[in-house]
Ligand binder design. Structure first.
Ligand SMILES: Cc1cc2nc3c(=O)[nH]c(=O)nc-3n(C[C@H](O)[C@H](O)[C@H](O)COP(=O)(O)OP(=O)(O)OC[C@H]3O[C@@H](n4cnc5c(N)ncnc54)[C@H](O)[C@@H]3O)c2cc1C
Ligand SMILES: Cc1cc2nc3c(=O)[nH]c(=O)nc-3n(C[C@H](O)[C@H](O)[C@H](O)COP(=O)(O)O)c2cc1C
Length: 589
């Protein structure tokens, strides 16, 4: 008997694991229901019955779904780099649970490929990165699924949602490949794949709704249940907010061929609750001069359209989709270009303005809108820690400039940023990255960040210094020249003095006849690198995905082989093991 005259109740677990709730929800329910007295249970039963009866009528919500008696399993597999697919997969799981499924969320980075044969229903949401590659974290799981050891999947029902960007030649290549692969392994496609562009929210929501309806036909037509958690809705901490540029400095010397800007943003109130490793999405505007040239080429003079194009349309990207739309306007040569298959080559290095200038056709505002998609924000790693800079966030942005087809080109967001003046106001949104995070304070870290890849490591070092972390910090940095391109040079020197950095190795590719890059420095220092990793260090790579990140990984594999006398396979497995333990983390772009 408990004190105070209350009846003690033996806690039981009445909610079975198969119930249509997440494991943590089942735990919470068991805590309440398991310990409830008979009176409390009776009250709860009446309360829930009343809730169902009233909520539909009062709030206009349709009646609860005719859910399956026993929660049916549903595997939701996602391959993500910047979190979009992961967020969508989470939304699928939430909606599916409401339809009576028991969803299991699986990150392709953690995929045990053999286990897929036991999945009755499989929803795959996959992004494409690099030039038609899987997200780096997902590469192992993806390769295993594409490889000879993948199991037969007869009896598995599946559907694939592909995320991508029509600006890339290999649009949604990974989603397409997975869709074909699952079918080849014997699985049964229950819904057609949809390939989403950067503005994926609406098509993804529709696909998820349609697919869940197919998978749970008994639950139809419960639209509200499906849509309830889905859409652009995010936590308030992830709202778009304004910030003021409190400092902007070009960190390259005036004789450098590059311009890389340190930009400090001050928030009106509290800074978004970012942590070291997160990014900010920057909502840039187009260069008015470019928009004017485009309007001139289109023979249009419409101030309202001009303003709309500057603020909110992607007026530079030229994709196969743009060409197809343009061909539909009756331009004969463009139609031929598209139908002959030569458009894929023609668009390389070109922008929308090249198309409009070279192949004139009658255009109006509506047609121009149809040729453009919404202007997407660009992500920038946060280069500061709130523990050191308070209600600010710092960015490190390299101005993208190049020349192709006899025309100077400028990256939209990076040049918008480069042109900002102190006091200017910008719009940003926090983009958390839970796959690029600091380990415990006593762990060592090795950071490889050439160019702007060093940005998150400035945040790491600030954070570790402010929190008094005891683990050692080793930075590999590289750029073109020591004299003109050593980003944050004095800060690193100070950090080496005050212990913020334990070691730093640099590679300046244009200072020596043989180009030396960070991966060469890594190789030079391989004995110590492997010793740090054996001691539990976490290895980070940030920056260029096209070449650097691959070269660094390959150098680390060779370092394992050399230092530990491993076979190439054994060395590869050592790095794969690091990845699985989340001790090899990458943020590539
Ligand atoms: C998670 C994440 C973090 C990032 N962090 C940073 C950061 O800290 N600092 C930073 O500077 N950037 C960072 N980036 C990259 C950044 O988001 C933008 O992609 C970059 O600034 C270019 O954007 P833009 O709008 O200026 O160029 P866009 O207008 O998008 O133009 C870029 C496009 O131009 C074309 N192009 C570029 N160079 C050439 C060339 N030489 N020849 C032919 N075509 C070319 C390519 O098609 C390329 O896709 C990050 C990206 C991600 C995903
Ligand atoms: C560096 C980089 C490379 C990309 N490469 C491709 C590509 O080759 N093909 C494609 O369709 N999309 C490509 N994308 C677009 C992504 O697939 C798209 O942003 C997607 O929404 C990301 O989803 P995630 O957040 O789940 O990783 C690329 C994006 C970046 C930043």
């Amino acid at each position: 008997m408990a004190s105070g005259g209350r009846v003690s109740v033996v806690s039981v677990s009445p909610i079975p694991k198969t119930a249509p709730f997440a494991d943590d929800e089942i735990e919470a329910l068991n805590r309440v229901v398991g310990g409830a007295t008979p009176l409390q249970r009776a009250w709860l039963a009446g309360f829930l019955a009343g809730l169902d009866a009233s909520s539909g009528a009062a709030a206009g919500v349709v009646a609860p779904a005719a859910v399956p008696q026993k929660a049916e399993p549903l595997t939701v597999l996602y391959a993500t780099e910047s979190g979009n697919s992961e967020k969508l997969a989470g939304d699928v799981a939430k909606s599916a649970r409401k339809l009576g499924f028991k969803p299991a969320l699986v990150d392709m980075a953690d995929l045990d490929v053999a286990s897929l044969k036991d999945a009755k229903r499989l929803i795959v949401i996959a992004a494409t990165w690099g030039e038609g590659e899987p997200p780096a974290r997902a590469a192992r799981g993806y390769n295993e699924l594409m490889g000879a050891a993948a199991p037969r999947l007869d009896g598995v029902e599946f559907a694939v949602l592909a995320l991508g960007d029509t600006a890339y030649a290999e649009f949604c290549a990974i989603g397409k490949a997975l869709d074909a692969r699952l079918e080849a392994l014997g699985a049964k496609r229950v819904a057609d794949r949809v390939d989403c562009d950067l503005d994926f929210a609406a098509p993804a929501a529709k696909w998820i709704g349609d697919t869940l309806k197919v998978l749970a036909p008994n639950a139809a037509p419960n639209e509200k249940v499906i849509a309830v958690d889905f859409g652009a809705k995010t936590a308030p901490s992830l709202d778009v907010v304004e910030a003021e540029v409190s400092e902007i400095i070009n960190l390259n010397s005036s004789r450098s061929q590059k311009e890389t800007y340190h930009i400090a943003l001050a928030f009106d109130g509290a800074a978004p609750a970012y942590k070291a490793g997160d990014s900010l999405d920057l909502y840039a505007e187009n260069d008015p001069a470019y928009v004017d040239a485009l309007l001139q080429a289109a023979r249009l003079a419409d101030p309202a359209l001009r303003s709309e194009l500057i603020k909110s349309r992607d007026v530079t990207t030229l994709s196969l989709k743009t060409i197809e739309t343009y061909a539909g306007f009756g331009q004969r040569y463009v139609k031929e270009l598209f139908e002959s298959g030569s458009a894929k080559g023609w668009i390389v290095g070109r922008q929308l303005i090249d198309l409009v200038q070279e192949f004139p056709v009658a255009l109006d505002a509506e047609r121009l809108r149809a040729l453009t998609r919404p202007l997407a924000p660009r992500a920038y790693s946060i280069a500061s820690a709130r523990s050191e800079v308070g209600e600010e966030a710092h960015l490190l942005i390299s101005a993208v400039r190049y020349r192709t087809h006899n025309r100077d080109r400028k990256g939209v967001a990076s040049n918008y940023a480069a042109g900002l003046k102190k006091g200017a106001r910008v719009r940003v949104r926090l983009k958390p990255n839970k796959h690029f995070t600091l380990p415990g304070p006593d762990r060592d870290i090795i950071m490889v960040g050439p160019g702007t890849g060093v940005a998150p490591f400035r945040a790491f070092v600030q954070e570790r210094r402010a929190s008094g972390a005891k683990g050692r910090n080793w930075l590999f940095f590289g750029d073109r020249t020591f004299t003109h391109d050593f980003l944050y040079q004095t800060e690193w020197q100070d950090a080496l003095k005050d212990g913020g950095l334990t070691r730093m190795d640099v590679a300046f590719s244009r200072d020596t006849p043989d180009k030396v890059y960070v991966q060469h420095r890594l190789w030079d220092k391989r004995k110590d690198v492997i010793a740090w990793l054996d001691g539990g260090a976490t290895f980070y790579v940030c920056g260029d995905a096209k070449q650097m990140a691959k070269d660094v990984r390959a150098a680390l594999v060779r370092a394992y082989a050399d230092v530990k006398s491993l076979s190439p396979d054994g060395a590869e497995q050592a790095v794969t093991a690091l990845e699985r333990e989340k001790r090899y983390q990458q943020d590539e772009y």
